[in-house]
Design a protein around this ligand. Structure first.
Ligand code: AMP
Ligand code: MG
Length: 336
């Protein structure tokens, strides 16, 4: 059954309800609420048929298809409201980053990971396309010999890290790459990672070991798992599940940093096509992993009219991404 048919069947019942014009709620939201209700009652086949009819991708589990269809009608309806936020992203660029690090099979809790692969994928959010990539292996100093476990997991060979530069050189090249794309300007980009560990643990430990000031551009980021889980209403998604739920297979080798980052970028692109909006949701504050609250998000996105003094201080800190933090050696004990 199509959405229009379901809507027609419901019109009699609807008349008995309070008239839209009498309601305080915007009629567009009333209409959306009814459409969403209809979509919630559709079967998987009906969802696929409707998506096919309007020319949208029909792959994915039921929750994903529902969300895709709802996002489509939301965009259509909100387009009628000129002041609405019609699916545009807050940041012109997203950078998907996925470090690989030295590891052991059963590491002690205080094991010091060193970054051995540094991949980043640049997505232009206006076109929803990958536009560039940064990639480098890094030579570890503390544990220069990779464990067999690490090589088996990541596919990274001893020779690859032996012939690579040490982290500080790679870090400098990465910052040069960021500057080349003018990504350090305020509100120009946001980093996307699969969980909090890439920044809160791997980069944090590596900056301590390399005696590099923890970079300001990595003090807040977007945890993709949270965006995905909240948007599609699916719990604790792992990378392979995130792909499978939207009807995609992993391309390349899982735990190869470059392939992980590329596959994460495919998920980001799919989410944006389905209407998800990417906003910062995690940060490091004095070495502690924290969630970013709604109030802070509003300020970061420039929607608050007059920030309070304490919040003003916070936005001041977030404004200029090009300056590195004054707190070298951020430390963290969060779990993934
Ligand atoms: P991933 O992005 O999932 O490939 O993982 C990033 C890094 O986390 C790897 O390079 C390892 O250092 C570590 N890691 C991931 N999975 C494991 C595991 N099962 N056991 C130990 N370390 C792991
Ligand atoms: Mg990885």
């Amino acid at each position: 059954m199509q959405v229009n048919t379901i809507m027609a069947q419901k019109s009699t019942r609807r008349k008995a309800r309070k008239d839209d014009s009498e309601s305080e709620i915007d009629p567009v939201y009333h209409a959306l609420s009814r459409i969403n209700g209809s979509i919630n009652r559709m079967t998987l086949t009906q969802l696929q048929q409707q998506l096919n009819k309007i020319g949208l991708n029909e792959r994915g589990v039921k929750e994903v298809l529902k969300k895709r269809l709802k996002a489509y009608y939301k965009k259509q309806k909100l387009a009628q409201k000129p002041e609405s936020f019609d699916g545009k992203q807050y940041y012109p660029y997203l950078i998907v980053l996925d470090f690989e690090a030295t590891c052991e099979k059963d590491p002690p809790t205080d094991y010091l990971h060193e970054i051995i692969e540094f991949p980043a994928i640049l997505i232009d959010t206006a076109d929803n396309k990958i536009v560039d990539e940064f990639h480098s292996y890094c030579k570890p100093s503390l544990n220069p010999k990779l464990s067999n476990f690490c090589t088996d997991l990541t596919g990274i060979t001893q020779q690859q890290v032996d012939s690579a530069l040490e982290f500080p050189h790679v870090f400098n090249s990465f910052e040069t790459w960021l500057k080349k794309h003018e990504l350090l300007l305020a509100r120009r980009c946001a980093f996307v990672t699969d969980g909090p560990w890439d920044f809160s643990r791997f980069l944090n430990i590596q900056c301590c070991l390399s005696e590099i000031k923890y970079p300001k551009w990595a003090k807040k980021w977007i945890n993709l798992k949270k965006i995905y889980g909240n948007f599609y209403k699916l719990k604790k998604p792992k990378l392979l599940d995130m792909l499978a739920n939207i009807g995609l297979n992993f391309e390349g080798r899982h735990h190869c940093g470059r392939d992980d980052a590329k596959n994460l970028a495919r998920i980001v692109i799919r989410l944006m096509q389905d209407g998800a909006v990417f906003q910062f949701n995690e940060r490091l504050n004095a070495g502690k992993l924290e969630n970013i609250t709604e109030d802070e998000r509003a300020l970061l996105n420039g929607f608050a009219e007059k920030p309070s003094n304490s919040l003003q201080h916070m936005t001041d800190n977030f404004e200029d991404l090009s300056v590195t933090s004054d707190n070298p050696g951020e430390t963290s004990t969060d779990a993934r």
